[in-house]
Design a binder for this molecule. Structure first.
Ligand code: HEC
Ligand code: HEC
Ligand code: HEC
Length: 456
């Protein structure tokens, strides 16, 4: 009887040989290890900690306003992997993320700055934040051989899309039409959205058929996006991947004039059909909550205060102004205001009691140029924001003498009093807290990137 085939013997021999090789190469007392660890830490502390935090908990100074939040590495859970659901990512997965970044999030592509040994060092350092990396090994997916795209494969893939009910979260058209499940939270308790599958350039895990196959084959760990391993045959999985690739639309920057017109007409129709979603989107992209929230002295957002006001603007010599409570609280928020009053406040700068706002820091003259439908959508959305009881103090305005004295100091004596009201070149090293926080600015930049397709 023959217990071992020749192939198996060769396989065993190979494994032993590789094992021995690894053993010889990885002498644990290697002085290079210490150097690598310290290199990794140096890079991480300088480049990654502003978002991911010094101890990798995802709580860096810039983190609070980011959506999605920077990953908390201590949980040892990663979204974009080539490994089975729940498994650790491979080093290659992590390096790919760091090199390419995650589109539409604050996680930028580090390829231009971190390469070779530095890249390995920072990834190894990152892995020290979770004990999982010492105790477990990643389980790479066995990727079956890819079935090339064809008309037949795409038709078959459409059926798999229906069978696996991807539409419940991504919509029948992949772009959210008729979705059943909408408001998702991730395992870290932050809001997340099902990806718009017709905009492949926004996929963080890549947009090739192989990338898409890996996403639903392995799931996006820590989020409601499940793993579909074992649910359908390998052929069906490739058909599905080919189908998802096929529904990708042209990005606006590749459309001709007619296509652009049609595209925006369709968006307008959608906005009318679902004003709450549209309003939420606008409030997010304009960043109303960046001002209308409370911050600690070191400019960290106080959790749960979003849109309930609190950020104070010291607009010398005009006085101190506090961003107000926009939640639907009856007493301290907008609960008692009419739609018209809310709209008038952020488009004409007039409060409910008739008080005029300064044209800064809130850029209400700019909001006035928004389309009427969009202004209404913002009001509709603000109505749905749960009430937070938070009384905002009235502005502290100077009397006419201190106001004139302030202007005299700034304009005639040219004293360096930094104020967003009179931005002076020399004042830049000592920007006042009253300006939008650095994290907010970063957040705007991240959003601007995500909204590359912002409407004209
Ligand atoms: C400006 C903020 C910011 C900086 C700086 C930053 N990241 Fe991130 N990072 C993020 C955000 C936000 C996410 C989460 C994106 C998501 O969930 O889609 C993230 C996610 C990750 C992930 C998780 C990917 C996954 O599959 O779950 C890794 C790994 C990562 N970052 C590594 C790094 C490294 C290494 C550095 C430094 C070289 C770095 N990041 C710097 C914001 C940042
Ligand atoms: C229960 C809701 C739900 C279902 C069902 C679901 N998804 Fe998802 N999907 C999500 C969410 C939420 C995300 C975003 C996860 C995150 O990063 O926070 C996502 C992300 C993705 C991504 C990753 C895009 C990227 O950024 O790289 C792809 C691809 C995807 N889904 C395809 C599918 C396909 C195909 C199906 C059906 C087999 C499916 N999804 C079923 C909720 C769902
Ligand atoms: C740059 C910071 C900033 C941004 C961004 C901002 N606001 Fe304001 N907003 C303020 C400040 C400060 C006030 C209070 C002004 C005052 O009291 O004179 C205010 C007042 C308001 C008021 C009046 C509320 C009241 O009780 O009087 C409304 C409504 C409002 N903002 C809505 C919005 C909306 C909607 C957005 C987004 C489209 C937005 N704001 C964006 C800073 C901002």
């Amino acid at each position: 009887m023959k217990f071992f085939s020749r192939g198996m013997v060769l396989f065993f021999a190979g494994t032993c040989w590789i094992g021995l090789g690894n053993y010889l190469l990885s002498s644990p007392a290697d002085p290079n290890d210490a150097a690598q660890a310290s290199l990794g830490k140096t890079i991480f502390d300088a480049r990654c900690s502003p978002c991911h935090g010094i101890s990798g908990k995802g709580d860096g100074a810039a983190s609070a306003l980011l959506n999605p939040r920077p990953r908390n590495f201590t949980s040892g859970m990663f979204k974009f992997r080539s490994t089975e659901s729940g498994s650790l990512p491979t080093d290659d997965d992590l390096m790919t993320t760091v090199k390419n970044g995650l589109y539409g999030t604050a996680m930028s592509d580090w390829a231009p700055f971190i390469t070779g040994d530095s890249l390995k060092a920072v990834v190894n350092y990152m892995k020290t934040f979770s004990a999982r990396f010492q105790n477990e090994k990643p389980h790479p997916v066995h990727i079956s051989s890819q079935i090339p795209s064809s008309a037949a494969s795409i038709v078959a893939g459409k059926k798999v899309y229906a069978k696996l009910q991807c539409a419940n979260c991504h919509g029948t058209d992949g772009a959210g039409a008729g979705v059943i499940a909408k408001d998702f939270k991730d395992n870290w308790d932050f809001e997340t959205n099902a990806v718009n599958l017709i905009e492949p350039w926004t996929f963080r895990g890549g947009s090739s058929a192989r990338d898409i196959y890996l996403r639903f084959r392995t799931g996006v760990d820590g989020t409601p996006m499940p793993s579909y391993a074992g649910t359908v045959s390998e052929k069906e999985m490739w058909d599905l991947a080919n189908y998802v690739v096929s529904i990708g639309r042209k990005p606006v920057w590749k459309m001709n004039e007619n296509e652009i017109r049609e595209f925006y007409a369709k968006l307008d129709a959608q906005a009318k059909a679902d004003p709450v979603e549209r309003g939420k989107y606008l409030v997010r992209t304009i960043g109303c909550a960046s001002c209308h929230s409370t911050y600690t002295d070191d400019l960290r957002l106080v959790e749960g205060t979003q849109l309930s006001g609190g950020l104070t603007f010291d607009l010398y010599p005009f006085g101190k102004y506090v961003a107000r409570n926009l939640t639907s609280d009856m007493e301290t928020g907008l609960g008692n205001w009419t739609d018209q009053e809310i709209k008038r406040a952020f488009t004409q700068g007039i409060s409910r009691d008739g008080r005029k706002f300064l044209p800064f820091p809130m850029a209400w003259p700019a909001y006035a140029s928004m389309k009427e439908d969009d202004q209404n959508a913002i009001v509709t959305y603000l109505r749905t924001v749960p009430a937070v009881h938070h009384k905002i103090p009235d502005p502290e305005k100077p009397n006419i003498f201190s106001y004139l004295w302030g202007k005299f100091r700034m304009l005639i004596l040219k004293e360096r009093i930094p104020s967003p009201a009179y931005p002076m070149k020399e004042a830049t090293e000592q920007q006042p807290v009253s300006q939008i926080s650095p994290s907010a600015t970063k957040n705007f930049a991240a959003r601007a990137d995500r909204e590359k397709e912002a409407r004209p």
